[in-house]
Write a protein that binds this ligand. Sequence first.
Ligand code: BG6
Length: 478
Amino acid sequence: MKKFRDDFLWGGATAANQFEGAWDLDGKGPSISDMCTNGSHTNPKRLTTTIEANTLYPSHEAIDFYHHYKEDIALFAEMGFKTFRFSINWTRIYPTGMEETPNEKGLEFYDNVINECVKYGIEPLITISHYEIPYALVEKYNGWYSREVIDCYVRYAKTLLDRYADRVKYFLTFNEINSGTMPMGAVLSLGCVKGVNAAMNEIPDEPQIRYQGLHHQFVASALAVKYAHDNYPKVKMGDMNIFATMYPLTCNPDDVVGTQRAMQMMNWFCSDVQVRGEYPYYADRFFEEKGITIKKEAGDDEILKNGTVDFYTFSYYMSNCYSADPDKQAGKGNIIMGIPNPYLKASDWGWQIDPKGLRYSLNEIYSRYQIPLMVVENGLGAKDVLEEDGSVHDSYRIDYLRQHIEQMREAVADGVDLMGYTPWGCIDLVSASTGEMAKRYGFIYVKKYDDGTGDLSRSKKDSFDWYKKVIATNGEDL
Ligand code: BG6
C-alpha cells in the first residue's frame, strides 16, 4: 500500500495580515484587512473606511512576526518543517497597488524571511494574495470589480517571481479564490466594498459584482502562471480553494441533485477554470438563472487556457449538509453554509469536525483533476489554557490533527497524489473570520490577547512535540 511520499512537505501555514503586524512600517500601505476591527463569534468584526481612534485593528500588531521571524522560523525548524506557507503582504511591496516601482524595504523583509527558511532547509510556499488587496485599490476601483486591478496584480506577481524564484519553488496565486462565490468573499478576497463602512454581516451582497471580480482574478492568476512558466521553468504554480464538502441531508433525489449543484458552484467552479483553463459547462445556466453577465475581453479565453496551474491546493476544516427543503435551510447554517450533520460534532465556533470528509474530498478532487494535491490549511480553532509554567495541554488539537492525518494516509493509500500538509496557524495568529486571538490553532502559543495586551512571548504547546514526532516519522507515528 502506498504511503506518504519520501519528500512529503510537512509544515505549517500563515497569512501576512494575520501574523506580521508592522502594518504601517517601512513604507507599507493599508490593505483591506488593515481596515477590519476585531470581533468575535457572536459580535461580527467591522470594516471601516478610515482608521478610527480608540478602536482595535488586530492586523496592526497581530503577533509581530515582522520582528520575531527569526525566532519563529527557528521553532518551525525545530519541529522539522519541510515547508512553510506564508503570504506576501501586497501593500508592503506596492503600498497602494498602483506604483510603478516596488518598495525595496518590503522586498528586503521577504528576502530575509526566505533566506531564514532556506538556512534550515525549509521550502517556502508563498501565497501571492491572501486577503490583502491594497485598500487604495478598493477606494479607487471597487477592488477586483474593475479590470484595472489585473495589471496591478500582474505587476506585483511578476515582481515577486523575479525577485524570489531563485529560492522559491512553490507559489499560490490567490488564497481561497472560491470565497468569491460567497457573499463573504466580496470583502476580504475581492475588495468590492468601495465606501462601505459596516459590520461584516451587514455588507450588501451583489453577485453580479462578485462574479465579475472573480473573472478578473482568473485572468490575473492565469497571466501570473504563464509568466512563471515562461520565465522560471522550475517554479510550480498552484491554485487554492476552500473545500467545503457537502453531503445531501437525506437520500431524497432533490437533496442529492441540489447538493451536486451547490458543490459545482461552491467547490468546483474556480478550480475548473484554474485547472482546466475554461469556464465549466454548468456555469452558463447558473449565470442565466441568477441574471449575471460576465464581461470578457477578446483574448481572455486564451489567457485562461494558457495559464493553468501545476498543482491543486485547498483548505479543509469542515463539511456541511444540504437540503432542498427551504424550512431546513433557513438560518441553520454555520459559517460557510449548509445544515449541521447529525453525525458530527462541531468546534466551539460551530465548524463541524469531519476527518473522513477529508479522505472523501481528496478522492473527489483527485479523480476530477489528476494533478498533485496539497492540503495547505486544516486545524482546530480552540480556546487554549496557558498554565503557569508556560505549557498548554492541547490534546483536543492533537486528536483533531491525528484524525485528519489518518484520513490523508487513507487517501494516499487509495492512490491520491498528495504532496504535503501545512496545518493552519502553526503559530497562534489572528482569526480571519472573527478577528479574535482567542481562536487559536498553533503548535506555538503566543501571549497576545483580544484586548490587544500580551508580551508576544512564544511557548510550545503539547502539540509541538507531537507534530515534531509526526514529521520525523513521515506520518507513521501519530
Ligand atoms: C481560511 C483562511 O479560511 O481559514 C485563513 O485562508 C483563516 O485566512 C482560516 O484564518 C481559519 O479561519 P479563522 O476564521 O478561524 O481564522
